[in-house]
Each structure stands twice: as C-alpha cells, then as structure tokens.
Ligand binder design. Structure first.
Ligand code: ADP
Length: 547
C-alpha cells in the first residue's frame, strides 16, 4: 500500500523560495576583488536569480547543458549556484587551482557550453581557446567583482554579466522537473589519475543541505553568520551556500581573500559565528593572529575538514580564543559532508584527554549516511576502534557512479556502497577514525604504518609548523617512512633526535624513520584544494635519490 503523502519534489528552487519569503531581510555580504564590501538581502538575491535565469534562457542554455563557473566565493557566483540548476542546467564549478592540462581535460570531458569566468581569471581561457581549443564552449560571460584589469588575452565571444543582468526581465521562469535531475558537477581533485566527475542531483543537494542544518550535522541555523572559506569552486563550498539560504543564515563570502588578514577583518566586522575551511587556512589565520589582535569574540565554531585537523589546532583555538574546532570528513563523492565530530552526551563526564581523543576522530556519520569498514577480502570488520579497513559509505547524497566514466566503476560495489579509498577504524561509540588514505599508507614488510598518525605526532613538537610523512622504497623493508618537517622559525635548529623522541612515544621502534630520513624543508607542496600533495613529495624524493 502506498503512503498518502505529497510527492513534493526536492528542488533547489524550494531553497531559494524559502530564503526569499521567510528571510527577505537577511544579508549576503561579499568582499569584492577591490576589497570593497557589498551586501544584498535574500529578497534581492531572489530577484537577481530570476533575472539571471532569463539571461541563461536567452543565451540558449538548454536543460541538461553544462554551464561552468571559474570564480571565487562571490555574490555573483552564488547567483549562478541557484539560477543554473533552476533552469534545469548543470552547474559545473571548475577548480581554479587545477593544473592547466586538467582544466582542459574537464571542460572537454564535461562538454561545457558556457563558461562564467571571473575577470581576474579570464586570461587563462583566452589562452586555452587559442590552443588547443575548447570546442564545446559557445560563449563566455565575464563576472566583474572589481579590481581586475582588462584581461590581456580575453576569450571570445564574451558577454558582461552585469550588462546582461541589467537588460533581463525579472519575470519568473520556473520550470518543474524531476528531483533526480542533475544540478551540479564537480570533478575530484585527482590526487591520483585523471579528475573524475561527480554529478549531484537536486534531490541530493536539498537533502545534503538539510543535514548541514542539523545540530548534529553541520549545525547551520538562522542565528548563525557563516563564513565559507572553503572555495565555491570545489564541492559546492561544502554545501554551505545552499544550507545558509535554506535556514536563513547570514552569509559572508570572502571573495579571493582566503588568508589571515582579510579573514580576520571579515570575522571582526561582520560578527561571524561559524567559519569553515581546510586546516591550512586555520593555520594561516592562527599565525596572523599571533602578530595582530582582532575582536573574534563572535566566532564560536570553526568547521575543519578536507584533511585531518591536528590536535594543536583544536587545543590552540580553544585555549587562546574560546573557539570550538569541529572536525568533519567528506569527499567530492559525498557532497561532501559524511561525518562530523561532536561530543556525545555519553562522553560529557570524561576527562579532557579522552574527550579530545574523540574530537580528533573524523566523527559520527551524519543522519542519512551509513558507514562500514571492510578488510582486503571485503569482509565487514567490527567497530572495536582497533581493526582498520577500507571505509565504505552509502546514502542519498553519495555518488553511485562517476560522470561518463565506466572505467572508474570499481569504486562502487554491486550492493550499493561507495569505496572511499580511506582506511579507518570505527570506535564502539560510532566515531570514525581515519588512519590514512589507502595509497598513502606505508607498507613496511607487510605491516602498515599510518602516515597521518605520524604527521600528527610530529606536529606536537613546538617548533614544527607542518609535517608530511611518505613512503620511500627500501630494498629490505619494501617501504620505510620519510618525514619532511617545516619549522615555525626557519633559522631555528631542531635536532632529528627530538622528532624521534616524540615519535617513540607513539610508535614501535621498527616503525620509526631513520634519523637521515627526517628532512627539514622550507615548505611542502599543496594540492589545488590546499592538502599536502604527497604525489609530488614522493616524486621529488624519488628524483633526488634517483629512485
Ligand atoms: P579528491 O578530490 O582528491 O578526492 P576531496 O576534496 O574529495 O579530494 O577529498 C577527499 C579526501 O580528503 C578523503 O577521501 C580523505 O582522504 C580526505 N579527508 C577529508 N576530510 C578529512 C578529515 N577530516 N581528516 C582526514 N582526511 C580527510
């Protein structure tokens, strides 16, 4: 027997409609390229999105077309987040930090028909158009967020976003379609192989937004002022633009200012309560706060994910500023929020150290996401906090296939789970603790050493700013760890023995790197989304040793 409830499609338009109607006065603040702060309300956002929908239709955007963006965290990018899926097209956010060859690859793979490009980044497309060409692209639209000179090699034909919007009608075009219609396309940042396309639907986006608004999920709510420092050009800025509109939170967009000073200024001026980004961002902000003081008393929560939050980050922000760092895990394929680490009431009376151990895990699966761990033979492992295996996930906002990429089908099991490629143990209380990425584990004579655990241990040294541990091939042990260390003060010396001493507290003797494998470097290479680029580190080490 069927239930008798409405078949109400979960469309992105429902998010905007609520924001306009229920929160017409709430603000969206953005920092432009010239540093100016501009603000609009959700009511104005609604009107501008309708104009933009008409622009898209007039340009010839058809349902299913891929419309790409190449832009910072800006108001106009937000308008595209709504207008493109609301006309039935697919918003393809291109990661501006990808290498040129990968940008060419994904524009051609996605067969983007239009590219909305920030004027400050437009040169690249002019160059790509000349050689080797982007045959699917019909036209470009320049987004002007101020402060950008005329591009030396502009792509053509190119329209101006503001001119198109000014001439467009505000009359509603609101096509209705199935909630499973594709809404967004984001390529993985390809730490291995070619980038793979993840195609979000309206349904997955709305459900993911709801999870971000749960107190035990992302914790977004009307009383929050949110600052997504996580870029809108990768994984929908963790879904925050949609979640904020859904619950009416004030949204603060930092433009291209992802580093210390502009962030601190925005937090202070706009009274930001919740900010989100990768650990590198919060490291840089912390460094800046050591040099200059700001009133950050409004900021209660920092959501951190993308790579492991170091213990020192959680402790320092809590101790120095009373800010709670919440650790979350996710992937492009999981929309991205999969687990969030908040203390259960069960652990309320625990001592500080045990509580911190829980907060350092990647957290509990958010409502809607199921997790399990399996061994090499795909046999499910118990949640005993000790046994580690590959983490598999499933749920309504987890990918079930890659876009136009049957060769990558191995990531999806026949019984409906997605293989994350992450290795994790799960605590009896349900907390997922990542030990490594499968490809980053160090396999020493058949035993595994977690590079992430070793990095975190090294970071406990007061003089260490960053650390990376990667495998080095070894004729006897197969692989051994090499530890690269960036010092806080480059002219201070840290004897390798001090690092080894810290490591010996956590690791067995056979797991420790040799003293000559502790290398002090000036900086560590990062991927396009600010994570340690271990592929490049391994390649550099191999070329140095001729290995
Ligand atoms: P890629 O595009 O390279 O797959 P994503 O941005 O999708 O990159 O990142 C996904 C990966 O990032 C996860 O599989 C995991 O290895 C890592 N990751 C994400 N969040 C965390 C976290 N909180 N702690 C440790 N690793 C994390």
């Amino acid at each position: 027997m069927d239930g008798l409830m409405m078949d109400y499609p979960l469309l992105i338009s429902t998010i905007l409609r609520r924001a306009e109607r229920v929160f017409p006065e709430k603000e969206i603040v953005s920092r432009r390229g010239d540093g100016r702060i501009v603000r609009i309300t959700y009511a104005e956002l609604g009107r501008r999105v309708r104009r933009l929908m008409n622009v898209l239709v007039d340009l010839g955007v058809r349902p299913g077309d891929r419309v790409a963006t190449f832009a910072w965290n800006s108001q106009r990018h937000l308008e595209l987040y709504f207008a493109v899926p609301m006309v039935g097209a697919v918003l393809h956010t291109i990661n501006i930090r990808l290498p040129r060859e990968q940008i060419i690859y994904i524009v051609n793979h996605a067969e983007d028909r239009f590219v909305f490009v920030d004027r400050s980044l437009a040169c690249l497309f002019g160059e790509l158009q000349a050689s080797p060409g982007l045959p699917s692209v019909k036209a470009y639209v320049m987004i002007d967020e101020g402060g950008a000179p005329e591009p030396a090699t502009p792509p053509a034909p190119a329209f101006d976003y503001d001119e198109l919007l000014a001439a467009a009608s505000e009359q509603a075009v609101d096509p209705v379609f199935d909630e499973n219609t594709a809404a967004g396309l984001c390529y993985t940042s390809a730490t291995t192989g070619d980038p793979k396309g993840v195609l979000y639907s309206h349904r997955s986006t709305v459900l993911h937004s709801l999870a971000n608004c749960m107190v035990d999920g992302g914790g977004m709510g009307e009383r929050e002022t949110a600052l997504p420092v996580v870029p809108m050009f990768h994984v929908n800025a963790w879904g925050l633009p949609y979640s904020c509109a859904l619950c009416g939170a004030k949204l603060v967009l930092p433009g291209s200012g992802f580093v210390g000073q502009p962030l601190a200024e925005l937090i202070e001026a706009e009274r930001v309560t919740c900010a989100a980004g990768v650990p590198t961002v919060w490291n840089l902000l912390y460094q800046h706060l050591q040099e200059k003081s700001y009133d950050l008393s409004s900021l209660k929560t920092i959501l951190v994910g993308g790579s492991a939050a170091p213990r020192s980050m959680i402790e320092n922000y809590a101790h120095d500023f009373g800010i709670t760092v919440i650790h979350a895990w996710g992937m492009t394929e999981t929309s991205p929020v999969g687990t969030v680490s908040r203390l259960k009431s069960t652990a309320a009376g625990w001592d500080h150290e045990r509580q911190l151990e829980l907060l350092l895990t990647q957290g509990l699966p958010v409502p809607g996401v199921e997790v399990k761990i399996v061994d090499a033979a795909d046999i499910e492992l118990p949640w005993d906090g000790v046994q580690a295996g590959e983490l598999l996930v499933r749920g309504p906002w987890i990918a079930r296939a890659y876009y136009n990429n049957p060769a990558a089908g191995g990531s999806f099991t026949a019984d409906g789970w997605f293989r994350t490629g992450d290795i994790a143990a799960i605590e009896p209380l349900g907390y997922v603790r990542l030990t490594d990425r499968k490809k980053d584990l160090i396999k020493r004579k058949g035993e595994w050493i977690s590079s992430v655990d070793m990095e975190n241990a090294v970071l406990a040294h007061k003089g260490v700013l960053e650390a990376a541990v990667v495998a080095r091939p070894d004729p006897v042990c197969v692989e051994v760890p090499v530890c690269l260390v960036v010092r806080k003060n480059p002219s201070a010396t840290i004897p390798p023995e001090e690092i080894l001493e810290i490591l010996a507290r956590k690791f067995a003797k056979w797991q420790l790197p040799k003293p000559e494998d502790i290398l002090f470097v000036e900086s560590l290479p990062k991927t396009s989304v600010g994570k340690l680029d271990k592929k490049v580190i391994r390649q550099t080490l191999a070329s140095r040793t001729g290995g």
